[in-house]
Ligand binder design. Structure first.
Ligand code: BMA
Length: 337
């Protein structure tokens, strides 16, 4: 009998195990801690008529958080609005949208059905924005840039058709620009790829990095989410992935770690998801059971603010410890391919 325990009671060693189990359980439950006042932005906050506010890219600029959010307008098509915040949670939208389909040039052809899901990367002297464009010819990805979030310059189409969810790395790696992307494929569930460019416009040398796993939470498709975050241990890639159920497809968030010098090398893809639809604003809405991210902002204190659309209808935020996400990738990985 262990000293201090009763004859038929729990031993100290057993108490210790229970304590460790509880600590681990708590740790697992806190992969992302939701902001208590979610949702942080809804259509009621927007000073022009929209049906939804979701899938926003977010960055810090001049000490403020800038959010570029997607809204369905009342014909169902999407535009991109802008909001700003001092604390990363309380956002004030601007009076007018930030980026809308144009009728001019090549953009006029491919943005006809709307612009969606902006991702923002500070790269050299510009904030680059990658966004999906829809038209009668399918979905592509476009590139725009700004220095001040007042004026925006549309630059080019940077994918062919059937390719979306493009995120840029925030620096050249080995002298070349790098992105993660997600081409559509007929005979394989859609996965996360890497591509390279000398000028941010022409991309190639593409290679698949992470593929959905059969009978796993990401089995039907996956794609890049937030632009990669540089950490001491590698590039942190927060992505989305889907699982088909009898009712609907469930969108969740996952995390992977890529080598700093060569992000085509995967250090680990966490086996577990880091966020799934649980709150009412995620399980019910414009598209139920969806959490979908386009942006995350690392802080100086080792945390990262993660932003996601809830049920394709509202914007939500939460926080995680970067080291916890790295640990998930390293200590409990699944096969990348
Ligand atoms: C994807 C994209 C996302 C959306 C998600 C869930 O295919 O359209 O913008 O959030 O579906 O509807």
């Amino acid at each position: 009998m262990t000293k201090g325990s009763r004859d038929y009671g729990t031993t100290n060693a057993e108490w210790l195990n229970i304590f460790i189990w509880f600590k681990n359980k708590q740790y697992i439950m806190n992969k992302i801690k939701r902001y208590t006042k979610n949702p942080i932005l809804t259509r009621n906050d927007i000073p022009y008529p929209v049906a939804t506010v979701y899938n926003a890219g977010v960055v810090k600029f001049n000490g403020k958080y800038i959010m570029l959010f997607r809204s369905n307008i009342e014909n169902g098509r999407s535009i991109i609005g802008i909001a700003e915040s001092k604390d990363g949670y309380n956002f004030t939208p601007h009076k007018k949208p930030f980026l809308e389909p144009t009728s001019k040039d090549i953009f006029g052809v491919y943005e006809e059905y709307g612009v969606e899901d902006a991702r923002i990367t500070l790269l050299e002297d510009y904030f680059y924005i990658t966004y999906s464009v829809y038209s009668r010819y399918g979905v592509r990805t476009a590139l725009a840039r700004t220095t001040n979030f007042e004026k925006v310059e549309k630059i080019a189409m940077i994918t062919e058709v059937d390719q979306r969810n493009v995120v840029l790395f925030p620096e050249k790696i080995n002298g070349i620009y790098v992105r993660l992307d997600r081409p559509h494929a007929d005979i394989n569930p859609w996965g996360i790829w890497i591509s390279y460019s000398p000028d941010l416009i022409h991309w190639g040398n593409s290679k698949i990095l992470i593929k959905p796993l059969h009978y796993h939470w990401d089995e039907s498709k996956m794609g890049p989410g937030a632009p990669p975050i540089k950490t001491s241990e590698g590039w942190l890639n927060i992505f989305h992935a889907c699982y088909p159920t009898i009712n609907s497809t469930v969108y969740r968030l996952g995390v992977a770690l890529h080598e700093l010098d060569d992000p085509s090398k995967i250090i680990g893809v966490a086996d577990e998801w880091i966020l799934q639809p649980e709150e009412i604003y995620e399980t019910s809405g414009y598209v139920p059971n969806v959490v979908f991210t386009c942006g995350a902002v690392p802080g100086k204190d080792g945390t990262v603010k993660i932003y996601w659309g809830g049920a394709d209808e509202v914007m939500c935020a939460g926080e995680a410890k970067i080291m916890d996400l790295i640990t998930l990738c390293k200590e409990n990985p699944r096969k990348a391919l």
